[in-house]
Structure formats: C-alpha cells, structure tokens
Ligand binder design. Structure first.
Ligand code: ATP
Ligand code: MG
Length: 175
C-alpha cells in the first residue's frame, strides 16, 4: 500500500510520518531528499528551489511500485497513492510553529495563506491517481495521536474529510 502524507509546511508531516512508518512497519521516503537526490528542480524563485512536478511524478513511478511505502512531503499529494493524508492545521497555530522554526516572515505569511485557502487539499482533490483521501485536522493532536488516528481511518478503508473551513473562522479579520 502506498500512503502519501502532505500538508502545508509546519503541519507536521515529518513528525507524523516518522511515527506512522514505525507503527506500520513501512519504509519511509522523504520526498524532499528524493527530489535533491534526483535533481528534480526546474529553477529558483525568490531564493526557493522550484520543483519540476512532471519530472517528479515520472521519477517517483519506479519507487512507488516497491510495495508498502510512506512518502512524506508537501508535494507528495501529486503522486499516485492508495491513501493520501492531507494534514491540516489552524493557520494561526501554523504561523506560530513556523515562527518558532525561525522561518522568514514572508515565508510564514505565504504558508499561513496557503493553509487558509486550502491550497494543498484542493490540489489533492484534483489528483485522479489518489484512491482515497484522508484529511486530518492536527491542530489539537500530538503527532503520536495523529498517527494513531490515521491508522484507525486507514483500517476503516474509507475517505475522510474534516469540517475545517478556516476562511469562515477568520473572515472577520479579512474585512
Ligand atoms: N501535532 C503537533 N502538535 C504540536 N506541534 C507539532 C505537531 N506536529 C508538528 N509539530 C511541530 O511543528 C513543527 C513542524 O513540524 P514538522 O517539521 O513535522 O512539519 P512539516 O509538515 O514536516 O514541515 P516541512 O514541510 O517544513 O518539512 C515542529 O517543530 C514540530 O515539532
Ligand atoms: Mg518536514
């Protein structure tokens, strides 16, 4: 089974995937390392490396045939998967986490906005090569609890959506 774990930077992909891989006995692939190893960038924008998603999909095809695998990274929702887990986090909590990681203000803003308007979830919903999508709000969950919940949801074998509409929660700040 292929499980991809995506979400806005700071949503907890690395923390959750590490625990999940251990609990399930699956190999873990960090997509960012894979991208670096295979030089799958197409250039730079504002100092950040731009990834060639087309090239990434092609290069990943081979490893995705290996069997039981967890792939984590903020582009992993573009790959084929039996389950794609999209981690969600309240934008204000996400902002705090990224500030704590000493991310530049511009990058914090960029990612808080992306979470606010569901960028990754929307992209994942558009990917026809995902069999089942599980959205999980981890705002009030530890990485351990998040991993446990993911295992329960996978065992159920059904897609899962949360009732998170951050825009609704924060619309008063946008007026
Ligand atoms: N559920 C959680 N509750 C509280 N803090 C968390 C939770 N998940 C992750 N964190 C913390 O938030 C920070 C970001 O987590 P992590 O590095 O796993 O995110 P990520 O999605 O992998 O980010 P990136 O895309 O930058 O790699 C870390 O300091 C981590 O300890
Ligand atoms: Mg990470």
């Amino acid at each position: 089974m292929i499980i991809t774990i995506s979400g806005t930077p700071g949503s907890g992909k690395t923390a959750v995937a590490r625990i999940l891989a251990k609990k399930m006995g699956y190999e873990l692939i960090k997509l960012n390392d894979f991208i670096d190893e295979h030089k799958l960038w197409s250039g730079k924008e504002n100092g950040s490396k731009l990834v060639d998603v087309k090239k990434l999909k092609k290069a990943a095809r081979k490893i995705l045939q290996k069997g039981d695998l967890i792939v984590e990274g903020h582009l992993s929702h573009f790959l084929m998967a039996d389950f794609c887990i999209v981690l969600r986090c309240d934008p204000s909590v996400l902002g705090r986490r990224l500030k704590k990681k000493r991310w530049p203000v511009r990058k914090v803003k960029e990612n808080v906005e992306a979470e606010l308007i569901d960028v990754i979830l929307t992209e994942a919903l558009e990917n026809k090569n995902i069999k089942k999508l599980i959205e999980l709000d981890t705002t009030n969950l530890s990485p351990e609890k998040s991993a446990e919940k993911i295992i329960r949801l996978i065992k159920k074998g059904r897609p899962h959506r949360e009732n998170v509409i951050w825009l609704k929660k924060y619309e008063k700040h946008l007026k």
